[in-house]
Each structure stands twice: as C-alpha cells, then as structure tokens.
Ligand binder design. Structure first.
Ligand SMILES: NC(=O)C1=CN([C@@H]2O[C@H](COP(=O)(O)OP(=O)(O)OC[C@H]3O[C@@H](n4cnc5c(N)ncnc54)[C@H](O)[C@@H]3O)[C@@H](O)[C@H]2O)C=CC1
Ligand SMILES: O=C1[C@@H](O)[C@H](O)[C@@H](O)[C@H](O)[C@H]1O
Length: 339
C-alpha cells in the first residue's frame, strides 16, 4: 500500500450510493482516486467509468481486485452481495469500506468475523456514517463526558419521504432502523439486549403491505431504554433526530436549522429530502477518514463486530415485528480482534 501515493479505490455497485461515493472520491476526497468501478449492469459501470480519467469498468468484483491499480474497495452493492465481495477482498488482503448493512443476517456477518480473524487483522470498516456526523459526534462527546450524568433513555425519530418499490416492513428494520441500532450501541457504549416492535394502524399513504410507521423499543445491557419512530413514507422529507435524556439534563440532535425565512405571514426553513442531502458532510468525513487511515496502513471506525451486532439485533427486531412480542438479542462473546 503506497503510504504517500494516491489510494486507488474500486467502487463496487454504482447505484444511488455507489455513484455518490464515486463523485465524492473523484471531487471531494483527498489522497484517493476512483481506479475502477464494478456493477453487474455493465452499461452503468461503463458510463460512470467513462467520466473519470484512468478508471476501468468491470462487471465482476474479483476482476477489479486483481487489477494492480486497485488498493482498496468501497462496497456499495445491495446488502446480500456484501458477504461474497468482502470474502474476496480478504483473499486479496484489501482494505474495505462496506456500506451498511455489513450483511443482511447474523449468520453471514459471523462468517465474515471468522474469516477476518483467520486473516489475523482488521480489514473492514462498516458504513455507519452517523458516527461521522458533526452533531452526532458532539452528542457522543457529551455522553462520554457524562456532562449530564448517565444516559437513561434515547428518543429517536427516523423519517423518509418515501420508499422505493419493493420496500418491505422487514426492511424498515434491516435497512433503516439498523442505523439507530448502531447509533444506540455507539452512543451508549452498550449492547442491545431486547427489541419490541409496535405497529399502529398504517398511514393511508403507506404502500400496500407496508406497516408504516412503527415504534421500535430497545433495552440495553446498561439498563437504558430507547424508542425509535420509523416512518418511511412520511411524505414531507427526511428527518433523523435523537434526544438523550440523562440524569441531570437532555441533549438533542437533528432539529432543523440553517436558513429561516419570514414572509407572507409565515416563518420557517427547509426539510432535507433525503439522506444524501442530510448526511452529505458525514459521508464526506467517513470516506476521508477511511482513506487517511488506509494510507497510514490502519483500519478505524465501525468494525465487522459492529456489523454483526447490528445484524443480530435486526434479526431480533424482525422476529419481534412478526410475533408482536418482545424478543431478546443474543450475541457471541466479542473476539479479541474487536476489543
Ligand atoms: N449509509 C446510508 O445512509 C445508505 C446506505 N445505503 C446502502 O448502500 C448500498 C447500496 O444501496 P443503493 O445505492 O441504494 O442501491 P441501488 O439499488 O441504487 O444500487 C445498487 C447497485 O449495485 C449493483 N449491483 C447489484 N448486485 C451487484 C453485485 N453483486 N456486484 C456489483 N454490483 C451489483 C446494481 O446493479 C446497482 O447499480 C446498500 O448496502 C444500502 O443499504 C443505501 C442508502 C443510504
Ligand atoms: O441507509 C439508508 C437507506 O438504506 C434506508 O432505506 C433509509 O431508511 C435510511 O434513512 C438511509 O440512511
């Protein structure tokens, strides 16, 4: 890995997130370049590669990994394709930034944990980008410093304007609430031990068969309780909020800010429309920190362990959703590589 040289990144999956990461690495990130793009849709890969000097297009991740121009991988294919790509990356001993979820279930995440342990060193950072958001980082510092004592509860809201076709109630947990699962574990430095899911009468705007919104409750190993409103067809925009209620005070992130206007008898501002807009800075910081660490020969950030723990809690959540009862989340003992 060239310590001084520019990091050649192959971006695997060039859909919504992958294309945005390609733009980011090409235009925003220092010390890296897009050396290759990979997509099973050959035309999509080619049309993106054609816009970037020295970028090759492939339809198979293994082909990009074999290229001498590729030093590292950013995986942004759909969750079910992550396991195979990460295992191939281990064969080439390449550093990986893998979009969330690490994998869609705990058993496959565990296979990656086992494979990374066989490799003997960490190679993967999971794309839980909220850990790089300026407001969430401030909240984390405040909680770590116990400025208001111990955190007792988190109240979270996660709203999307709308969902793509095929989005299911299970995906509300695996794809969306997975962010709150990681945020809770990270902010409180505790594991989630049980999940309960309550389902109000769905919104009339919810697509057929989608139980939207839902209220998800977590219990944690330190005795905290967390509630998450997940509402993925709220219609009006993208909102991610979190309030930590502590012993002597509370702290909140995600309130709208920025430009406020007053006109025609009303005042107000804008609601971001999606994650690419709301978390633009966090994605930028996440990728820059990954590139910087990789160029130093280090791996930082959320690990395969974090990806596995999130997957295990998601499974408990999907189960709780199906049976309408509290479900416990079980984790294996944390291996030494991730302590
Ligand atoms: N951190 C965040 O806030 C967000 C993360 N994501 C994550 O990013 C990943 C991608 O999501 P989207 O961009 O929304 O999906 P998408 O459906 O827009 O794009 C996926 C792309 O991957 C390609 N693809 C499918 N299988 C592949 C394979 N085996 N190898 C290479 N390419 C393959 C598809 O042709 C498509 O171009 C998912 O893991 C998703 O959960 C998505 C949205 C936001
Ligand atoms: O990761 C994401 C999407 O996959 C998910 O579908 C959305 O609900 C989240 O808000 C977004 O951050």
């Amino acid at each position: 890995m060239p310590q001084q040289g520019t990091l050649g990144v192959a971006v695997i999956g060039t859909g919504r997130m992958g294309a945005d990461h390609v733009r980011r690495i090409d235009e925003v990130t220092n010390g890296a370049r897009v050396a290759a793009v990979v997509d099973i849709d050959a035309e999509r890969a080619k049309s993106i590669a054609d816009r970037i000097e020295g970028c090759s297009a492939y339809t198979e991740p293994a082909a990009a990994m074999a290229s001498p121009d590729v030093d590292a991988l950013l995986i942004a294919s759909p969750g079910p394709a992550h396991e195979a790509a990460v295992l191939q990356a281990f064969e080439h001993d390449l550093p990986v930034l893998c979009e969330k979820p690490l994998t869609p279930d705990a058993a496959s995440a565990l296979r990656l944990i086992e494979a990374e342990q066989r490799l003997g060193h960490r190679r993967v950072q999971v794309g839980f980008m909220r850990r790089y958001d300026a407001d969430f980082t401030r909240l984390k510092s405040l909680l770590d410093a116990k400025e208001f004592g111990r955190a007792l509860m988190l109240h979270c809201q996660h709203r999307n304007a709308s969902t793509p076709p095929g989005f299911t109630s299970q995906m509300m947990i695996n794809d969306s609430v997975v962010h709150e699962i990681d945020t809770t574990r990270w902010l409180l430095d505790q594991e989630i031990t049980a999940v309960t899911v309550l389902r109000p009468t769905p919104s009339t705007a919810a697509p057929q068969n989608l139980s939207d919104p839902q209220l998800v409750l977590f219990e944690t190993s330190g005795g905290a309780v967390v509630d998450v409103e997940i509402f993925v067809n709220c219609g009006f925009g993208y909102q991610v909020r979190c309030e930590a209620v502590c012993e002597t005070g509370s702290a909140r992130v995600g309130e709208e800010s920025g430009l406020l206007t007053s006109s025609a008898g009303r005042w107000g501002g804008a609601v971001p429309q999606d994650f690419v807009d709301r978390f633009a800075d966090a994605y930028d910081r996440q990728v820059q920190r990954w590139v910087d660490a990789t160029r130093r020969g280090e791996i930082e950030g959320p690990s395969c362990w974090d990806g596995y723990a999130a997957a295990a809690v998601c499974e408990a959540g999907v189960n709780a959703q199906a049976i309408g009862r509290r479900t416990t989340a079980e984790l294996i003992e944390r291996p030494a590589l991730y302590r």
